[in-house]
Each structure stands twice: as C-alpha cells, then as structure tokens.
Design a protein around this ligand. Sequence first.
Ligand SMILES: Cc1cc2nc3c(=O)[nH]c(=O)nc-3n(C[C@H](O)[C@H](O)[C@H](O)COP(=O)(O)O)c2cc1C
Length: 392
Amino acid sequence: MGFLLRACNRACLQRCACSVSGFIFKKRCNFWRVRSKIKLRTRCGRLLAEKVFMNLFKSLCIDCKTFTPALFLAPMAGVTHSAFRRLISDFGGYGALTTEMLSATAFFRENPAVSPFSRRRECEGPVIYQLRTNGEDILEAAIEKLEALNPAAIDLNLGCPAPEIQKQASGAALFRDFGRLRRVLSRIRTVYKGTLFVKCRLGDASENWRTPFIERLRLFEDYGVGAITVHPRFSNEKLKRRARWREFPWIAAQTGIPVIGNGDIRSLRDVLEHSELFEPLAGLMLGRIAAQKPWIFREFSNLQTLDISYAEVWDRLCRYTVEDFPPEKAIGRMKEFTAYFAQNFFFGHELFKESRRARDIEELRAGAFRFLDVFGKGNPDETLIYQRFIRE
Ligand SMILES: Cc1cc2nc3c(=O)[nH]c(=O)nc-3n(C[C@H](O)[C@H](O)[C@H](O)COP(=O)(O)O)c2cc1C
C-alpha cells in the first residue's frame, strides 16, 4: 500500500484525529434561517461513526465463520472480477468480497487458477462465489468444484432482472418460480453443506408482494440459508428508482436469517441518517460506490483516512486487469470501471469521453492520465483548469 497511498501528512493527521472523511452534515440554523453545509470534521462525528459501527456492523457470525466487519462487496457482472477484487483488497475494510455471477455451466468448464473471474488471490481474504443457475445445468458438479475453492460462502443469484438472464429461468425468474427454486435449493443442499447465501430483490411488483416474499423466506429457512442479501427493488425496476430502504425493518422482522441490506448505500451518512431502517440489518453490501471509490470500505469501517491518488488507483487497476485479461478484453473491463470512477470528478464526463474513444489499452491509459494528471489532485479551482483542459 505504501506507494499507492501516501500516509497522512501533518494536516491530514489533524483531520484523522477529528474527522470522518467526506462526511457532510447539513445543519439547519433556524434563527438565521440559513441552511449551511458543514463538513463534519469533528471529533464528535468520528465518535458517532465509530459508535454506529462498533454496535451495528462490527461482525457477522454464520456457521462458525465470522465476517469482520459485516460489510460486503456486491457481485457486479463486468466489474467485480478478480483484478478489481485485488484492488479493493489493497484498501481493506470489508468482511468479504463477492465474485460476479458465475454461470454454473461456464464455471464448470473454466480453470479457477487462471480464470479472470473466479481466480482468487490470498490478499482478497474471504470470497463469496455467486452462482447463477436455473437448475437445468450441471449444478452439482459446479458446486463441488466451487467447494474445492474453500469459499466463504456460495451465493445463489435470485435477483438479476436482466431479460437474457430471466429468459434462461435464472436470477429474478428463479425467485419467481417457487417450485423450481425449491428443487434448486434441494439439489444444492444434497451436495453442499457449507455456508449458503442468497441474494434477491423484493420479487415482482404487486400490492401483495409480501406474501410470496415470506413464502420464499420460509423456503430459505428450510434449506439452511445462512444470510439473505436484499436489494429492495422490484424485479422489473432498473437502478434509477431509489431502493426501498424502508422495507428493511419489515424484512428483517420476518425471519431469523441475518439480512444484509443493499442498494444505493453510498456513504456512512446514508446509514446514520436512516439508522432506524438499517439497525435491524446484520450487514451492508456495497456495489457501485465501490467501483467509484474502491477505498469506500475504509470509510465505512472507520479505518484511518488516506490521501488517495486517483491516478495511482486507476493505474493500479489497469495493471491488475492487463495481468488477468487478454488485451482485447482488458480494455472493456477498464472502460466499465472508468465510467464509475469518473463520477468522482465534477468534470468526469471528460474522463468518460476519453475512455469511450480509446481503441486499445495504451490509448485508454494515455487519455485517462491526461485527465487524472490534471483533475486527480483535488484542485480547488477546477473550473479554470477545465477551461484550459478542453482548449488543449
Ligand atoms: C454493472 C452491474 C452488474 C451487476 N451484476 C450483478 C451480479 O452479477 N449478481 C447480482 O446478484 N447482482 C448484480 N448487480 C446488482 C448489484 O449487486 C447490486 O444489487 C445493485 O447494484 C445495487 O447495489 P448498489 O446500489 O450498491 O450498486 C449488478 C449491478 C451492476 C450495476
């Protein structure tokens, strides 16, 4: 980590002693009728954050395995490949990482020692392997092969709403089909007694969605599911509408299985401001925000604040990705990551545009550095710099 992240300098050390980085509270002052944004870089803010995580998501124990802290990287197809998980592990602060969904059939054919998706490095620590199946594939063989990798858990994908996945009767379609879901769980449990997680949405949008949801919770209990990650959107919803965090307390109250909350959680502030909704949860899962800020778990688990060099983070992932993927595939993965990473910058659309234009990894790197060398330093006068940047 040494050369990636400069340890906090004196000013930063002061900040460390009394701040939670990027933690902004809106303070309303009624007397002056002004609404001021105050960066809560105070001892009080840090203590509050500490308290939340000391009590809430300190750890999660399932089947005698302890996830410390109870913070999980979400599975994201095209994003949470092995190189990306390696980058996240450079920063730490999570309890387990999740692979992107692995089709049972494809996984069975691949070599996990070299596959850029299922390859696992020691630095990653606990890894949850997510499986996508419809029960018509070589499920048992895939599970046995997965088990040999000593997974922290196997996670069954029951939430993916993508039409091509649902057409194959997996993801959200498997959650919908109660009979098939029961058969799949039964087959999994015949060969696998280890830690089993499931990840789902709320099911299909209807006024009565709670009844089928509870039926599935009972099924998960019957088959010894260790944890349920719920992304509280309906299966027909894309990612635009806000996740329904207000459903977390109800869901957690329906079952003794630990519930991990996911969906639109971007900062510790989100959790603190809605603590009554998050409190009943056993853990949190972060997805897109981890692609934007691969160090985000540090903030959530209250590890020491670091000075981030954006260019170095981008470069490091690029090197990891090129190591794992052939060049023609590496560029696609880096473009996908860059789309999220660009959201760190006010003028990030320029980084996004640069990356879209690139035809090979060298062009991509040159374009990214052209942007990051200028904007990756958090210069306060970005608008001026931007005007110069687009003229060049
Ligand atoms: C690009 C992308 C790929 C995803 N792939 C998967 C996947 O393979 N399996 C899965 O269960 N969910 C997948 N998801 C859903 C995420 O795991 C997560 O539930 C969703 O992004 C909401 O969490 P977030 O707001 O923290 O990103 C994907 C999401 C995105 C944006």
